[in-house]
Design a protein. Structure first.
Length: 332
């Protein structure tokens, strides 16, 4: 699909882009990969890694800027939308800014992709968009709905939109693993709640889910990968078994357990060997055979959350993963 194609990644200097671009260049032979983001220093640093590869281009811009988005999409075949205001407290204290990026930015991109004739768009979402309790989650749920509805807006245009949703990315900047590793010499770990659980997914798995969405999508699907869970206390014990764990309480806007599919979505959710797929509730698309394919509808009241998961990561498995990836943890 991506051979000889032009792919644009919004927010491409983030953790996802740093993994997606090398994997894309290794597996496919794209004509061009465009990194669209607003931070010139991050672009300058990232460009060093691809020096001499003329396929990788950098484009300064912001998804809030409708005209700039239109310009960036000239000749683009496929788009991965990774740009977002993601830090929960930042969103709570700067709600207007969060909405401008996560909602208005999504609207700008959808309009521009349709008008420019982009073939397919996959937007990255988050577990926090499922039954959201904070502004970040609420804006991402809104964004998800916009991308699903974008398939209607496209009309006779062939542009198609889908969404992928996953939770805690292991080892990414700002996540719990690099945080614990940075303070393990202090002898004490702050634990928000000893019952807390989190989904565990690697960036490589996140990229592969995006590729699957591009290959499988008819338009409007939300893809949720099956991934293991782990208790936060076990993550801490893996990184520093001798450290004391001090309970500090849940922060504002934080959930005890991550949720990727709520019971309200069970009516439209189908199960596959390695993932779930939430089909659109509009236009009877949830009954579309081309979207369902070989999926099996989940039971009424189905809930996919990190505490009721059938698959769990052991401390030994996490320890082995950390050993394999210790040089890159927290760097992207």
């Amino acid at each position: 699909m991506f051979d000889n194609a032009t792919i644009l990644v919004t927010g491409g200097t983030g953790s996802f882009g740093h993994t997606f671009v090398p994997m894309l260049l290794k597996k496919y032979s794209p004509f061009k990969v465009i990194i669209f983001s607003r931070d010139e220093m991050k672009q300058w640093e990232m460009a060093k890694k691809f020096e001499g590869d003329s396929r990788v281009r950098f484009f300064i811009g912001d998804v809030r800027d409708r005209d700039r988005v239109y310009r960036a999409l000239d000749g683009v075949d496929y788009v991965v939308h990774a740009a977002a205001t993601k830090i929960v407290p930042t969103a709570e204290y700067n709600p207007f800014e969060c909405i401008k990026t996560n909602v208005i930015g999504a609207m700008n991109l959808i309009d521009a992709c349709i008008d420019k004739g982009v073939k397919k768009v996959v937007a990255l979402s988050t577990d926090k968009a499922s039954s959201p309790i904070n502004l970040y989650g609420a804006t991402k749920l809104t964004s998800d709905k916009l991308f699903v509805a974008g398939n209607s807006y496209a009309g006779s245009n062939k542009t198609r939109f889908s969404v992928v949703r996953y939770g805690n990315v292991m080892g990414s900047r700002g996540s719990v693993i690099p945080f614990f590793m940075s303070i393990r010499g202090q002898g004490e770990f702050p634990i928000t709640d000893p019952r807390m659980t989190r989904f565990m997914i690697s960036l490589d798995e996140g990229v592969e889910l995006v590729w699957h969405a591009f290959n499988d999508m008819e338009g409007g699907e939300i893809y949720v990968k099956k991934i293991p869970s782990m208790k936060v206390t076990d993550i801490a014990s893996t990184i520093a078994p001798e450290a004391k764990q001090k309970v500090v309480g849940i922060r504002p806007g934080e959930k005890l357990h991550e949720q990727m599919i709520g019971t309200e979505d069970a009516f439209y959710t189908y199960e596959y060997p390695e993932h779930f797929k939430i089909l659109p509730a509009i236009h009877n698309w949830d009954k579309c055979a081309n979207r369902i394919k070989d999926g099996k509808k989940v039971s009424e009241g189905f809930l996919y959350a990190s505490d009721n998961n059938a698959e769990w990561m052991t401390e030994e498995e996490l320890g082995a993963w950390i050993d394999r990836n210790k040089d890159s943890i927290g760097s992207i």
